[in-house]
Write a protein that binds this ligand. Structure first.
Ligand code: ADP
Ligand code: TRP
Length: 320
């Protein structure tokens, strides 16, 4: 089984990204042959500053390697290391009904947010289909927001196969339901777009300050508090053992335990949880040549896999 997913370099990863996506990707490495790439071509659709894009690609690479992507098991590469994906996209474009793209809500959402309606944004799902079909992926782990893109991918693969013969593997999405939504500082879903995130990496002082800014009600120190409705407890749960969690809940109910105390405990747990990853990240950051070389080698592996599919596609459509 081949598992594949891509991630956009869209900013500093937070607890929601880690528990909702990064950890899943790392766990899936044990289940089959994995392909994981940084979707840098996709990132261009919102026209980032070049320097900022470069920085984000590098940071996301370091984040994933630090969080447990194992390059012995996973082909971890940059999308743009395999420009063949653009050729496949072009060929898929010629079998893509405009209606598929006009219906895509991610396009409408982006326009509503004020992004320029460029053709890259519009045909984003075709590039994503090319990403998946180029590597014959069977399973594609994604967040719920990507469900429609996966359906478009499947439809395009079926349409192409009907027209030109059985070339593409029809992929299945993997959208784990059990992943709880991680709440942000204000209790809404943690998201970069809501400005309510707790980054997984960062300087101790700044991170502590962020944790201390989690919104709670304004019960005084002595008053008993409700652990079930408290954001701090919901976040503590991500890191604590059953016993530790119950101990905190007890203290909430007993009173004489302030939100400030709970936040300190949360911070300590979180800091400890990410400690090995922080160390690994710092090592990698001090060794960027090694990281570059790793990505380059992985890019070559991906390219070799891609060229097999692309050869078949070229022959099928009459380019060869
Ligand atoms: P953001 O909302 O911060 O822009 P993305 O949309 O880039 O995050 O999400 C990247 C991945 O992280 C997706 O798979 C998404 O499902 C997951 N994810 C993001 N926020 C959360 C959250 N608060 N709880 C659980 N998973 C999340
Ligand atoms: N569109 C995905 C997102 O924004 C990223 C992505 C690009 C992707 N190509 C992919 C995900 C291929 C899975 C498979 O999250």
């Amino acid at each position: 089984m081949r598992i594949l997913t891509g991630i956009q370099p869209s900013g500093v990863p937070h607890l929601g990204n880690y528990f909702g996506a990064m950890r899943q990707v790392c766990d899936l490495q044990e289940k089959g042959e994995s392909f994981l790439f940084i979707a840098d071509y996709h990132a261009l659709t919102t026209n980032p500053e070049p320097e900022q894009l470069r920085e984000r690609i590098l940071n996301l690479t370091l984040d994933f390697l630090a969080c447990g992507v194992d390059t012995e098991k996973t082909v971890f590469f940059r999308q743009s290391a395999v420009p063949e994906v653009c050729e496949l996209m072009w060929i898929l474009n010629t079998v893509t009904p405009l209606g598929f793209l006009e219906r895509a809500h991610s396009y409408k959402d982006k326009i509503a947010k004020g992004f320029l309606p460029n053709n890259g944004l519009f045909s984003y799902p075709v590039l994503m289909a090319a990403d998946i079909l180029l590597y014959n992926a069977n399973l594609v782990p994604v967040g719920k927001d990507q469900k429609q893109h996966l359906e478009i991918t499947r439809d395009l693969a079926i349409k192409f196969n009907n027209e030109y013969g059985e070339i593409f593997t029809i992929p299945d999405g993997y959208i784990p339901d059990q992943v709880a939504i991680v709440p942000g500082l204000d209790g809404q879903k943690m998201s970069k777009s809501y400005n309510n995130t707790i980054p997984i990496f960062g300087k101790e002082k700044a991170l502590r300050k962020t944790v201390m800014s989690i919104v709670t009600d304004c019960k005084g120190l002595e008053e008993p508090k409700d652990p079930e409705s408290c954001n701090v407890v919901a976040l503590y749960k991500l890191f604590a053992s059953e016993t530790e969690l119950n101990a905190m809940k007890e203290k909430y109910r007993a009173g004489n335990y302030g939100y400030g105390h709970a936040k300190q405990e949360l911070f300590e747990k979180m800091w400890e949880f990410f400690a090995p990853m922080r160390t690994r990240r710092a090592e990698l950051e001090a060794n960027l040549d090694f990281v570059e070389e790793l990505l380059r080698k992985n890019g070559e592996k991906a390219r070799a896999a891609a060229s097999i599919t692309l050869d078949k596609v070229r022959s099928a459509v009459g380019l060869k």
